[in-house]
Write a protein that binds this ligand. Structure first.
Ligand SMILES: C[S@@+](CC[C@H](N)C(=O)[O-])C[C@H]1O[C@@H](n2cnc3c(N)ncnc32)[C@H](O)[C@@H]1O
Length: 214
C-alpha cells in the first residue's frame, strides 16, 4: 500500500537508505517461506522507531495485498515521534491508520489501548548491545503481541549486535526463518564496522504457519 510522506526527510541520504531497506526487506521476506494469505486488515508494530522514516517502506512491503492497514509506531523520544507524525500522519486516508506514540516500549501495552495482535513487529536498528536486559524485554513483549502466524523482523547496524539479538530472540522461543546480509548497506564513516540495515532477520513466533482448520 502506497503512502505519501508530507515532508522531506531530515537527511539527504535517507531516500537511498530506504530504497536499500525496501529491496532487502522484500528479499528477506521472500526467503522466509510461505506466509498465510493476507487478511483484509493488517496490523504492523514498529518499535523503537525513532523518526520512523521507514513508514512508507513498511506500508509498501508489509501492507501489500491488504485492504486496510494499521501502523503503530513507538519510540521513547517525543521529538522523533513528533517528526514521524508530521511526516506520516495519514488522517483522511481511507484505508490506513497511523499512530505515533512516545513511550517506553516496555510500558507501551500497559499504557495504551492497542490491538491485541499484530501481523508483523518490526525493529529497525535494534539496540541490543546497549542493554541486553531491556531489549530482551522489548523483544519478549513484541513476540507476545504477535498473531500466531506473525513475523518479527529486525535490522542491525553491526555483526556482533545482530548475532546477540538473534540469540536473545531464539532464547525467547522465536524461530529464525530468514537472514540477510544487505550488500547495499551504507557504511557509517564515523563508526567502523557499522552500516545502515547491515543485517536483517525474520523470526516466526510459531514453528509452522497455521493452515485453515488446523
Ligand atoms: C539505534 S536507534 C534506532 C532508531 C530507528 N529505529 C532507526 O532505525 O533510525 C534505537 C532507538 O531505540 C529507542 N529506545 C531506546 N530505549 C527504548 C525504550 N525503552 N522504549 C522505546 N524506545 C527505546 C531510542 O530512542 C532510539 O530511537
Amino acid at each position: 500500500m502506497e503512502l505519501e510522506s508530507a515532508a522531506e526527510f531530515s537527511f539527504r541520504k535517507t531516500p537511498a537508505d530506504l530504497a536499500g531497506l525496501q529491496a532487502a526487506l522484500r528479499k528477506t521476506l521472500a526467503a522466509a517461506g510461505p506466509r498465510p494469505a493476507p487478511g483484509d486488515h493488517r496490523r504492523i508494530l514498529n518499535l523503537a522507531c525513532g523518526r520512523a522514516d521507514e513508514t512508507g517502506v513498511l506500508a509498501d512491503v508489509l501492507g501489500a495485498g491488504s485492504a486496510s492497514l494499521e501502523l503503530v509506531c513507538s519510540d521513547l523520544r517525543p521529538r522523533e515521534i513528533a517528526e514521524a507524525r508530521e511526516r506520516w500522519d495519514q488522517r483522511g486516508h481511507p484505508a490506513v491508520e497511523t499512530r505515533f506514540i512516545a513511550e517506553d516500549a516496555t510500558r507501551l501495552f500497559d499504557r495504551h489501548a492497542l490491538p491485541e495482535e499484530f501481523d508483523v513487529a518490526f525493529l529497525r536498528h535494534q539496540n541490543f548491545w546497549n542493554g541486553p536486559e531491556l531489549w530482551s524485554g522489548i523483544f519478549d513483549r513484541a513476540l507476545q503481541r504477535l498473531d500466531e502466524d506473525g513475523l518479527l523482523v529486525i535490522t542491525s547496524y553491526f555483526d556482533h549486535e545482530h548475532a546477540l539479538a538473534c540469540e536473545a530472540l531464539e532464547g525467547l522461543g522465536a524461530h529464525r526463518v530468514a537472514s540477510h546480509r544487505n550488500p547495499a548497506s551504507r557504511r557509517l564513516r564515523d563508526a567502523p564496522g557499522k552500516s545502515v540495515d547491515r543485517h536483517l532477520a525474520v523470526f516466526r513466533k510459531a514453528r509452522e504457519i497455521r493452515t485453515p482448520g488446523s
